[in-house]
Design a protein around this ligand. Structure first.
Ligand code: F6P
Length: 492
């Protein structure tokens, strides 16, 4: 890897793949999830570097490497946490890109912080990438980085993947800085989205706002080709299969059902506690089914895991309060002593425990109002090797584009939600098995490692001119790591 010469493969994401166990503490834990495993594996194969924010605003001593890959931290101040992270990323872009389920707020101060933090990520990346290296930038927090980085380092091959939805033109046009965001993304050689229609939303907007020419999959930007495509993310299927086989996990699943009172039907929801996930709509549907007598406490039970998230954001705090009120109402009205209708867990959970819950659940409720993909849907299906289990899935989750055999539902329609949950519970077992079998074949097509390979292989075949530039610019790119310096020097 010879750090002096830089890294050949660099992943840039808002967060590092490690996080502090407790704020103020100094023990670092690997961040959970298939994405971290997949990107770590790819970086291991190339002795690569991961650049990200360590998740705290105080200075900290983060580990220099993680499972054989190098880590480089980008620091974010307390004010930037407020304006860049809570503000522009999570109170402007997040709601706007999720169909404006909450009104996005447009604040110039937040935008300025977004620009400043994106510049910092671009500068740090430009210092560590080797000549002609491949850089893979992730997600909505860093949409300006591709263009900023290209200005500093035209020799790099730059890919960008958006993990969340990309909105239709009618919504995107609200954004006061819409042109800058599109130009930022167009700095990439390859832009990946979760779904084909997100990719075409972007290409249409780019043609309209920036005047690029081309098709939905190939845009011509200042003589360069920018490729645009759908790369639906997946899960670590082999890891799940191993856990499903493990006798501890299987025993735990049986124990969970017994702790729930061995009901006839266990319904399960697992989500980050986020207003996009439609958890309240789901609880309302379940509450009405208890009120209608379709569900009965003791015979039917629901478990809702709500993983704490973005707790310093008032929207999330309010969501939690309303959700907890809804759970308490349904239990107050329909539970029995020792037999609540809904078991609610507001906590992080080890993945082994989650898999045991997936195994224990007869019906999985994945009903977001909007979601880029939703990996819980894929994880549940990957667990049901015996073809039991039924998946109720929102039409507005990216996963619904692929998982057509699920019990699909519009979660905004309370009656339809109730009917679909009822249909899933009472479906003929043979028909339900056929659906699960189709879902499993679909999920098995690509795991998260193949997803990363697909993206990087396509990125590897982009833009021949990168190789030519890399040949000719060894001296030129050295020392061009500051955007301010570039602007002063008139290179930009
Ligand atoms: O789905 C988008 C995402 O940014 C994920 O990458 C991440 O796991 C989740 O939302 C939570 O994000 P954060 O805690 O970094 O705001």
């Amino acid at each position: 890897m010879a750090q002096r010469e830089g890294f050949q493969l660099v992943v840039v994401a808002n967060r590092l793949p490690v996080h502090l166990q407790e704020p103020g503490d100094q023990s670092w834990l690997p961040s959970p999830g298939g994405l971290v495993s997949a990107l770590t594996q790819v970086l291991q194969a190339h002795e690569g570097l991961w650049i990200g924010w360590p998740g705290v605003t105080e200075s900290c001593q983060h580990p220099a490497d993680f499972e054989g890959i190098a880590l480089e931290a980008v620091q974010i101040s307390r004010d930037e946490y407020e304006d860049f992270y809570l503000g522009f990323s999570n109170a402007t872009l997040w709601p706007l890109y999720h169909d404006a389920i909450r009104s996005p707020s447009f604040q110039r101060r937040w935008w300025n912080a977004y620009v400043a933090v994106n510049e910092r990520f671009a500068e740090v990346t430009s210092r560590h990438a080797a000549i002609g290296a491949t850089v893979w930038i992730h997600d909505y927090q860093l949409q300006l980085v591709p263009e900023l980085l290209r200005r500093l380092r035209p020799d790099l091959r730059i890919g960008f993947f958006l993990h969340i939805p990309f909105p239709p033109i009618e919504l995107f046009m609200q954004l006061p800085w819409r042109r800058r965001i599109v130009e930022g993304l167009l700095g990439s050689d390859l832009i990946g989205f979760q779904e084909p229609h997100a990719a075409s939303n972007f290409s249409r907007i780019a043609r309209r706002l920036v005047g690029v020419t081309g098709t939905d999959t190939r845009l011509d930007r200042l003589g360069r080709t920018v490729r645009v495509g759908a790369y639906p993310i997946s899960i670590d299927i082999a890891r799940i299969a191993r856990l499903v086989e493990s006798s501890e996990v299987r025993a735990r699943a049986i124990q969970i059902r017994s702790e729930l009172g061995n009901p006839e039907v266990v319904l399960l929801g697992v989500d980050r506690l986020d207003y996009t996930k439609g958890i309240q709509h789901r609880i309302s549907a379940v509450a009405e089914l208890f009120a209608d007598g379709v569900l009965e406490a003791g015979r039917h039970v629901m478990v809702q895991v709500a993983v704490p998230s973005r707790e310093s954001d008032p929207h999330y705090e309010r969501e939690r309060r309303l959700l907890e009120q809804a759970v308490s109402e349904v239990n107050g009205e329909h539970g029995h002593v020792g037999r609540p209708a809904v078991h609610y867990l507001h906590q992080n959970m080890p993945f082994e425990e989650l898999v045991a819950l997936y195994l224990a659940a007869d019906v999985m409720l994945v009903t977001p109002l909007r979601d880029g993909m939703n990996l819980v849907a894929k994880e549940y299906v990957a667990c049901r090797a015996d073809l039991t289990g039924r998946l109720v899935l929102s039409e507005f989750a990216g996963a619904a584009t692929e998982m057509r055999a699920a019990y699909l539902v519009n979660p905004h329609d309370l009656d339809e939600l109730k009917d679909t949950i009822t249909a899933a519970i009472s479906a003929d077992p043979k028909a339900a098995r056929r659906r699960m079998s189709r879902l499993r074949r679909q999920v098995a097509r690509r795991d998260v490692y193949e997803w990363a390979d697909d993206f990087l292989n396509d990125l590897g075949t982009t833009s021949q001119q990168v190789d030519e530039l890399a040949e000719g610019t060894h001296d030129d790119v050295r020392g061009r790591h500051s955007l301010a310096h570039l602007l002063e020097g008139g290179h930009a």
